[in-house]
Design a protein around this ligand. Sequence first.
Ligand code: PMP
Length: 365
Amino acid sequence: MAEAITLRYPTPRARVEAMMEYHPPLGSRDALRLDFNENTLACSPKVCETLASISAGDLTRYPEREPVEAIVAAHLGLQAEQVALTNGVDEAIHVLFETFLEADHELLLPVPTYTMYQVYASATDALLVAVQAADDLQFPFELLARAISPRTKIIAIANPNSPSGSVATRGQLVELAQRAPHAVLLVDEAYFHFHGETVMDLVGAVPNLVVARTFSKAYGLAGLRLGLLAGPAGLMRWIRRVLSPYSVNSLALACLPPALEDTAYLDWYVAEVLAARRDFEAALDAAGVRRWPSRANFILADIGAKHAEFVRLMRGRGVLVRDRSSDPGCDGRVRITIGTREQMKQAIAALNETLAALRSGSEAQ
Ligand code: PMP
């Protein structure tokens, strides 16, 4: 007779046991996707043509990233050694933190900001030092500069920031880099195209500056998982040691050159979003909803105590939006991605109906 076996699993590192869990609220997104700051429409048709031309034989090969890194570097005005492609910016953040953070180090962050900085930091032995932005959610430059210590090893700044849409100036970023020469300053330019300002041109000149970009937003390639880190060759060599040589797959690598080349498509999409952002801002203002100025493809709106119901009712009207209430200092706030003008007409109609329903209490549960 078989003995009863008690299953005992090996334990992970203590850090992992204590690690913060993050489950993106995806699931049944068959609606207008204004919840994840994606491109809400499509990528360039040139990218689709490239995908269609990939053969079964092509898929048998390991991906070769170097030639594509050289193309991206040239596009950004950088040397190939200064650029590493990654499996989305999420991998870039993970690898950067694994490369630089250890016990007694501090990761310095303004909050609220992008959640994954905290998630990946919690897998390391470093201490998180979070600097809370004021109610206006502007970049808390002074407080951040004062929080720099000899233990600060990475300062991570999303520029534009999420979920606020606020920005740091070039002068502020350079000053932070200079005031913490012993630390890496990560400037995450995931939403660069909607803002138009960058510090990419300072890569190499500022010895501790590393810039991240993604192809998940304006380029519309979130499903392919494609991002990059750019920094001085002397820093990138350590990052490359930690980065898997094959983490960017061959489909993503094949699609990157046509995505970069089709500037007409990118410019069209960005202009569309900027026009739609103005329309949506006007709608929020007309409805008397407080909002924060945004330089990205989303807007943070103050819905108040009924935020969860707002999100549910918007979903009922076919529009997905993201409750950011649990972000530090964001109680009652909802983030709404901006799509095309046509899509935002639907969003504005849903917004007005939902606000009316909430105000009259007619659809309350
Ligand atoms: N940085 C910021 C500021 C983001 O908002 C996001 C996307 N949510 C990312 C990075 C992640 O981008 P990717 O899809 O390239 O991993």
